[in-house]
Write a protein that binds this ligand. Structure first.
Ligand SMILES: Nc1ncnc2c1ncn2[C@@H]1O[C@H](COP(=O)(O)OP(=O)(O)O)[C@@H](O)[C@H]1O
Ligand SMILES: [Mg+2]
Length: 633
């Protein structure tokens, strides 16, 4: 996967494809929300419609190589270097809105999307370019729920497989001549009229519930019973908790779907807590300051409190600006800043009359924030000396203060932190002496167990789709129960079934998808990159180390190619790497990192250790793509 978690990467320039989205009928929608004041209605709109809307769009973008330029209020502006990718991303967004509808008082939420390809260069963080204006115009002409593109974009995506293009008509675009615009759709879409007639009515009604770009939905979330129990216990006892898991292992899903569903079914507990989510990935800006972090938390709390109509005096309590007001400070140091922050947190939590659960997603992003801030300070060392804490860049001392806050006995009674983190963060914590994670109860996620994995295959479409004998077992074996990989394959398989108007999955269907995933090069690089990244902090920070880790995976796949169940004896691995002058110590520490995150399986036979890649599909891809040769020459 491309490093889509980067806060800011440079915006593309030259020939770019511009994608605009916008919510249909947004003013009417805001007015239709429940609430006796405009502020309340807006707050409801934000929490019930805008937030899920943002999540769908940003998650889809995250899966592509699109760049977020800005939010336009009710929509977004993104740019892409690749027109095909932009169009596929737009279609995916619309599909997700169809499948996982965001319900509103006016019916399922709909958005318009428009794209145009032209020359543009960014200035600062935005574009001032006619190509961008034109894309905005096209967007405003698009039919709700559809994707419209200009002639220029159309020409670049004509040959895209699985996509249909038709003329939408001639439109007058403000300030431009009248233009022919085109409607693009997936050829498998139930919406594309000319196809749907040829299908049996039952099959065409099947909606594909699988969506690997998003967190699991009510239909697809399975398993994790123990982890949910642990989380409930954390909440009940006020224990700060860190949920560990590699990228796409199901951390966010566990909290947003698993825990949410469980809480909803226990009204007593549910009425005594108050869950607020902050996404660290969304903390914007080139450098993240103390105030950005604090703002995000306070604003998250205030918004949630007002959308629930709780706490009348919240507005007074808010006074976020006060803690950033120089007059507030007597000493002007971090301790003072944090004590004001603690008071605010505690006041807001009191206002809810419940205990607050503060869910911070992707907390391991602090590593990136701290590192980037470190290098900014390196270039301008005098920066800190003249600043009040709120303008300081987030650094290790910030985390130390946060730790003290977590330990505060008074605050502990009011607020429970649940963070999701990737495994490398514990090494980082140790190396930098953050002293944060040892204050938290760890819960670690691995692949779904066999029962949950099989339920993910059979339950979401039970009664609509059946599986031939052996196919469920085979799919489970191939993916080893990895939730993302399962959703990825199931998405492709079910799309195919729907397209072909069938309701039975045969082993041929699975083999066909399997074959594509192991043989097609760049097309499937992204999902596999997800599986093999982030296992250690060295892997994350040093490109060379990352090559070594991936090389080791390729080597294990290669050495196991003719072995019984692909097992490789440890000495074979060590011997090979020694020939490439990799010290034994390094090899064994790498191996232990890989086994700890269970990308690699370890077993012992008669006193010697043996290893293999834990996901057969990944093993096959390493072999078929000849990746061994890429790393070892
Ligand atoms: N318990 C689960 N049941 C079914 N699918 C899951 C489950 N957990 C995760 N998934 C799927 O795996 C993928 C990654 O999940 P996500 O929660 O985004 O992971 P993370 O937050 O760890 O990156 C998504 O496609 C999601 O739908
Ligand atoms: Mg997540």
């Amino acid at each position: 996967m491309p490093e889509s978690t980067e806060f800011r990467t440079p915006l593309p320039e030259g020939l770019i494809t511009v994608l605009f989205t916008d919510i249909v009928d947004s003013s009417r929608l805001k007015n239709s929300m429940e609430g006796d004041t405009a502020a309340r209605r807006d707050a409801k709109f934000r929490s019930q419609i805008k937030e899920p809307h943002d999540k769908i769009i940003l998650d889809c973008i995250k899966e592509s190589r699109g760049h977020k330029v800005k939010s336009t209020g009710d929509g977004y502006l993104f740019t892409f270097t690749d027109a095909e990718e932009a169009v596929l991303c737009a279609l995916k967004i619309q599909n997700v809105f169809r499948v996982n509808a965001v319900n509103t008082p006016l019916g399922p939420l709909q958005i318009r999307i428009g794209l145009h390809t032209g020359i543009a260069s960014p200035t600062d963080d935005d574009y001032v370019a006619s190509a961008v204006d034109k894309a905005a115009q096209i967007q405003s002409q698009a039919t709700p729920g559809e994707v419209f593109v200009s002639h220029e974009t159309c020409a670049l995506v004509e040959r895209l497989k699985g996509v249909e293009i038709e003329e939408a008509g001639v439109f007058d675009l403000k300030g431009l001549d009248s233009q022919k615009l085109y409607r693009v759709s997936r050829s498998g879409d139930a919406q594309s009229a000319n196809l749907s007639t040829s299908r049996s009515p039952v099959v065409s009604e099947i909606q594909n519930p699988y969506e690997f770009a998003l967190t699991a939905n009510t239909k697809t979330f399975k398993g994790r019973e123990l982890e949910i129990q642990e989380l409930l216990e954390s909440i009940a006892t006020g224990t700060h908790t860190a949920v560990f898991g590699l990228q796409r292992m199901g951390k966010t899903s566990l909290i947003e779907e698993g825990l949410r569903k469980e809480l909803e079914s226990r009204s007593e507990l549910n009425n005594s807590v108050f869950v607020v989510k902050i996404d660290m990935q969304r903390l914007g800006g080139a450098q993240v300051m103390y105030r950005d972090f604090v703002y995000a938390i306070i604003e998250g709390l205030v918004e949630k409190i007002s959308s629930l109509g709780l706490g009348r005096n919240v507005q007074n309590l808010r006074r976020t600006h006060d803690i950033f007001n120089p007059g507030q400070y007597q000493r002007g140091d971090r301790t003072e800043f944090f004590s004001v922050f603690a008071k605010l947190l505690s006041g807001l939590s009191d206002a809810t009359h419940r205990r607050t659960v503060l869910f911070i997603d992707e907390f391991s992003e602090v590593r990136k924030v701290i590192e980037r801030n470190k290098s900014a300070l390196h270039n301008n060392p005098s920066r800190t000396s003249k600043l009040l804490p709120h303008d300081m860049y987030i650094d290790v001392p910030f985390i130390h203060h946060l730790s003290s806050l977590l330990k505060d006995p008074q605050l502990k009674k009011q607020i429970t932190f649940i963070v999701t983190v990737r495994p490398f963060i514990s090494e980082y914590d140790e190396r930098e002496g953050l002293q944060l994670l040892k204050l938290m109860k760890p819960i670690t996620l691995y692949h779904l167990d066999e029962k949950a994995a099989k339920r993910l295959i059979t339950e979401p479409l039970s009664g609509q789709v059946t599986y031939d004998r052996g196919t469920v077992d085979y799919l489970y074996w191939l993916t080893a129960g990895h939730p993302y990989l399962l959703q990825f394959m199931l998405k492709l398989i079910i799309d195919k079934i729907i397209r072909e108007g069938r309701s039975r999955v045969t082993s041929q269907d699975i083999k066909a998808v399997e074959e594509r995933m192991v043989t097609e090069g760049p097309a499937f690089d992204a999902p596999f990159a997800v599986l093999i990244s982030d296992y250690s902090v060295d892997e994350v920070t040093h490109p060379k180390e990352s090559l070594l880790g991936k090389g080791l995976l390729a080597l294990i796949a290669y050495l196991g190619r003719d072995q019984e169940e692909a097992w490789v004896l440890s000495h074979e691995i060590f011997d090979t790497l020694e020939r490439y002058k990799i010290p034994i110590g390094k090899t064994s520490s790498l191996l232990s990192q890989l086994t700890r995150t269970k990308i690699v399986e370890e077993a012992s036979v008669e006193g010697t250790l043996k290893y293999r890649l834990s996901i057969p599909l990944l093993r096959q891809r390493f072999l078929r793509q000849n990746l061994y040769l890429k790393y070892f020459r």
